[in-house]
Design a protein around this ligand. Structure first.
Ligand code: NOJ
Length: 597
């Protein structure tokens, strides 16, 4: 795919959407667009590649590996935040939206990286984190300085509630909890009011009801778009509109960690304004992190006629194994299938979906949804999951290292974690004696965010080639880098890496995997996930594909429904068995195949 705005246009007019774009004939009722056909790869820059030996990944490190990504078949890179930040939440707390984080390099490094991405016909989307800023942003420094400062209303400041037990220490204005433990309000002695922070104390929420905030955000978006970036992943975007008056949450709302603050009444209005004033002037893709958005509500944001965002990350699938309070929860294959079936039913031709089962906030793909207990099962189940991600309907997102089958880290102690969410939860749960240290570690080692943030495993050398052998990486390298690393996998045609490359190539080779219909052949089967993707375009031969996935270690004999027969074998994670032309298939542990039919 050729990047449209290769020339690093200097202003909006230079990158305006080409008129021909909208006129392309529909495919199976869908408007064809580059971001529907793209495979996206997420880079968490802190952990990708350190180029200067300080133990922290950086932009020059990314530039160094662009050939690797191009060879894999990546079309779009999503870069987690690269902006100037004090790193209370690893860059999701931005101090200056127009500067590069010094640990990651300079603006010149960014420009070089972007040019090198475009030169390889790939595109770049960046993280837009504008529900909140850092408390070190100059807007907040002004805002907190006095009640009549012009920036006061850029954030949410409220008086506390009277505290009958201790009148000199007022209570928070309402009962909102922060996503990172404790209350979502911080008292500020300077003006004797509280400010709202739905995440860390150092991440005050921006007040989008103030039109000046919206204009400042739109301006910083233009700054990056005019440099030539191809769009945004938008952090917790539904939270930008708060509930009027900030009323207390009900007991019911408090039980659900993901929904309480979502869906304020101005969400769509603000996104439409953003689209009208900024996004519509560029040929870009947008994907919103849809925290708290139910599937039924999703079309409000992604329906192309409403002019808001192109896609959202819906968390139904990735959070299938989470209960209330972020604990683990058993899941079944029919539940997972029901989620994808519902997506296919609810999202229409004007809507578009994403497919993802991992990112920097979740455990490793293979450890979470596959089986990393043995070498054989790890490799097979990692390949099975990539098969699924690249053949289901929606734009697929691959998280760095999953193409190698990287696993969770064997955490044993809390001091091995860097994540503010884990550290705050430890204080709230273990230090207060609500759970034991052992109970706490048992949970966070399975679901903690740092599992996905350990450095990328490039080689078997000390520090896995992520940084120099003598440097101290910001987060420990997984000891299994001696066996799981890019160098070995690139050299081994049977590796997860090569399989992922083939699965991406298959996705790119057939429009049925993009625009085709989806049919689940057996929704209640507890071990087999079998589905078809089919596309009939007038004047072209019909494309019909069958995907069969054995989700577990038990071998399965599976008879296809309605006399259907497997055709030509296109992709298989266990070499040797073909079974073309038959109705009854025999799949071993975690076996995955894609056929024509
Ligand atoms: C969602 C991001 O993905 C996560 O990493 C971050 O901590 C929160 N939003 C707050 O920005």
């Amino acid at each position: 795919m050729v990047a449209f705005n290769v020339a690093h246009a200097q202003n909006a007019a230079d990158v305006a959407k080409p008129a021909a774009h909208a006129a392309a004939p529909l495919i199976n009722g869908y408007q064809p667009v580059w971001w529907k056909e793209a495979v996206v790869y997420q880079i968490y820059p802190r952990s990708f590649q350190d180029s200067n030996g300080d133990g922290i990944g950086d932009l020059n490190g990314i530039t160094k590996h662009l050939d690797y990504l191009q060879k894999l078949g990546v079309d779009v890179i999503w870069l987690s935040p690269h902006y100037d930040s004090p790193n209370a939440d690893n860059g999701y707390d931005i101090r200056d939206y127009r500067k590069v984080m010094k640990e990651f390099g300079t603006m010149a490094d960014f420009d070089r990286m972007l040019a090198a991405i475009k030169a390889r016909h790939m595109r770049l989307i960046i993280d837009l984190v504008v529900n909140h800023s850092s408390d070190e942003h100059h807007w907040f420094a002004e805002s907190r300085s006095s009640k009549d400062n012009p920036y006061r209303d850029y954030y949410f400041w409220r008086d506390g509630r009277p505290n009958p037990d201790d009148p000199s220490h007022p209570l928070p204005p309402n009962n909102y909890p922060s996503y990172f433990s404790g209350p979502a309000w911080q008292y500020d002695a300077a003006t004797q009011q509280f400010y709202l922070h739905l995440f860390a104390v150092k991440q005050p929420d921006l007040n989008w009801d103030n039109p000046k905030v919206r204009q400042d955000v739109f301006s910083l978006m233009r700054f990056w778009l005019d440099k030539g970036v191809d769009g945004f992943r938008m952090d917790v975007i539904p939270l930008i509109s708060k509930q009027p008056g900030l009323p207390d949450l009900t007991a019911e709302q408090l039980k659900d960690p993901s929904r309480p603050w979502a869906n304020g009444p101005h969400r769509d209005e603000y996104l439409q304004q953003m689209n009208r004033e900024v996004l519509s002037k560029y040929d870009v893709m947008t994907v919103g992190e849809a925290l708290g958005i139910t599937l039924d509500e999703e079309p409000k944001i992604v329906n192309s006629e409403r002019n808001e965002l192109n896609m959202v990350f819906n968390f139904d699938a990735i959070r299938l194994n989470r209960g209330a309070g972020d604990t683990e929860h058993p899941w079944t294959l029919p539940q997972l299938k029901a989620i994808y079936d519902n997506h296919a039913r609810v999202l229409g031709k004007q809507d578009w979906d994403t497919v993802f089962l991992s990112n920097h906030d979740n455990p490793r793909l293979v450890s979470n949804f596959g089986d990393d207990s043995t070498l054989e099962f790890r490799v097979r189940s990692a390949k099975l999951l990539e098969t699924m991600l690249l053949t289901l309907r929606g734009t697929p997102f691959v998280y760095q290292g999953d193409e190698l089958g990287m696993t969770n880290y064997p955490f044993e102690r809390v001091d091995q974690f860097d994540d503010i969410a884990v550290k705050n939860a430890y204080r709230e749960l273990v230090v207060t004696g609500k759970v034991t240290e052992a109970q706490f570690i048992a949970v966070v080692r399975r679901i903690g965010r740092d599992n996905a943030r350990t450095p990328m495993q490039w080689t078997a050398a000390p520090n896995a080639g992520f940084t120099t052998p003598s440097a101290k990486p910001w987060l420990a390298v997984n000891p299994n880098c001696t066996t799981i690393n890019a160098a070995e996998e690139e050299a081994n045609p049977n590796s997860v890496y090569h399989y992922t490359l083939r699965a991406i190539a298959l996705h790119h080779a057939h429009q049925a995997f993009v625009y085709g219909d989806y049919r689940d052949l057996d929704p209640t089967n507890t071990q087999m996930y079998a589905y078809t993707r089919s596309l009939a375009v007038p004047g072209k031969p019909a494309e019909r594909f069958l995907v069969v996935l054995n989700f577990g270690e038990k071998p399965v004999e599976y008879t296809l429904p309605d006399g259907m027969k497997a055709g030509k074998l296109l992709l298989a994670n266990v070499p040797g068995t073909v079974e073309a032309g038959t109705s009854t298939l025999h799949l071993g542990a975690w076996e995955a195949r894609a056929y024509t039919y």
